[in-house]
Every structure is written in C-alpha cells, then in structure tokens.
Design a protein around this ligand. Structure first.
Ligand code: MD6
Ligand code: FE
Length: 194
C-alpha cells in the first residue's frame, strides 16, 4: 500500500482477479440498469450509474440524495454481493480502518469520453468511515485535488483491480477522473451513507 496523498491509500491490484467482480456488476445491472442521471441543475452526467446495497446514490432536479428504492424500477436496489463487501472491508482494514461497514456501493460506467469533473462525496451522514473505490475494465487517470477544487491535482493512473481508500482528513477531498483509455471503465464506490 502506498499513500498518494495524506490519508489517500492506493492498493494496486487488490481487486485482482477482477472477473468475479465484473460478473457481479453484470448481474446488478440486469436488475438495476445503468442510467444517465441529471444534476440538480438539469445537466446529464457523462458517466452512467446504478447502485447496490441498502440505499443508492441518486440525482435529479430534486437534488443529490440516497434513495432506498430505485426510482427507475420501484424496487429496492440489489443487495451488495458478498464478494464486494469482502473486498471493501479487507481493503479498508489494510488501509487502517478496522471497523468498516459500508451500506451502499455506487457503480459508475464510463464509455467513450465520459468523465467525472472535480467534486467531493458529501451526501453521506457518516464521514467517520472511509470511501473505498475499485477500478474495473479500462484504465483511467484519477485526479486528486484535496481541500480545494483548484490547482494542479495529483494524477494517479488506475488499472483494473486497483483500489483507493480514503478517509479522515481526506474524506471530503475534491477529486475527479478522466475518460477511460479505450473501452469501458467501471468504478465501484463503497460508502457508509446512513
Ligand atoms: C471514479 N470516483 O473513480 C470516480 N469518489 O470513477 C469517485 O468519484 C470517487 O473513486 C469518492 C471516493 C472515491 C472515488
Ligand atoms: Fe466521488
């Protein structure tokens, strides 16, 4: 494990082999399809999203929030697969968080030029638990800005199976991701939301 910034841990290849994780993504997306959400301001996001777990991150004109039921299907989000939970809990433990208990996983799908602009993950109630983020599919460059949205970010090239864990002083840091380097990239983002 290396720290790419204070309290931002990179675990290279921690999610390898990625095949079982990718199969779980497939199965989740059959029950809760990837869809393009809109920002509260009405602009479509370029990445596509779905969720698994007890609640799911959602965005539309009503704002950013967590929903217990998938607004698209009216059903609860698919349960978090045990392989997901194990990976997230193990990665968090390795990074120094002994009691991680995520209740949701946001799945992002990036095709073509899809990217994620600088933002921070601030819609959760519990900022004492870290975020665990897993890259699957194509590689992409992740940008860590830290406390302010401006300035030149730390650039981290993430390959399939790479895992990032951040929390404590970094929990509300600004970050973004560039488009995938050919092909489709998936990202799993685990949080304790409620
Ligand atoms: C991505 N990730 O890697 C986008 N957020 O595709 C995120 O926005 C993110 O990786 C919070 C924590 C970890 C992340
Ligand atoms: Fe984020």
């Amino acid at each position: 494990m290396i720290f790419v910034a204070p309290e931002v841990a990179l675990l290279r290849g921690f999610g390898v082999p990625t095949g079982p994780l990718e199969e779980a993504v497939d199965s989740i997306s059959r029950a809760a399809p990837f869809r393009q959400l809109r920002t509260p301001g009405g602009r479509p996001m370029s990445a596509q999203q779905t969720n698994c777990g007890d609640c799911g991150w959602y965005s539309d004109s009503a704002g950013y929030r967590y929903e217990t039921f998938d607004p698209l299907t009216g059903h609860p989000w698919p349960p978090m697969p045990e392989a997901f939970r194990h990976l997230a809990v193990d990665a968090a433990r390795r990074a120094g968080y002994a009691h991680y208990d995520p209740d949701t996983c946001l799945l992002n799908r990036y095709v073509d030029g899809a990217r994620m602009g600088a933002h921070r993950d601030a819609d959760e109630r519990d900022f004492t638990q870290p975020i665990v983020s897993v890259t699957l599919g194509a590689a992409a460059t992740f940008l860590w800005y830290g406390e302010a949205r401006k300035g030149s970010p730390v650039r981290i090239r993430l390959e399939p199976g790479d895992v990032l864990v951040w929390g404590r002083s970094a929990r509300l840091g600004y970050h973004g991701v560039q488009p995938p380097e050919g092909g489709t990239r998936f990202n799993l983002t685990f949080r304790r939301a409620r």
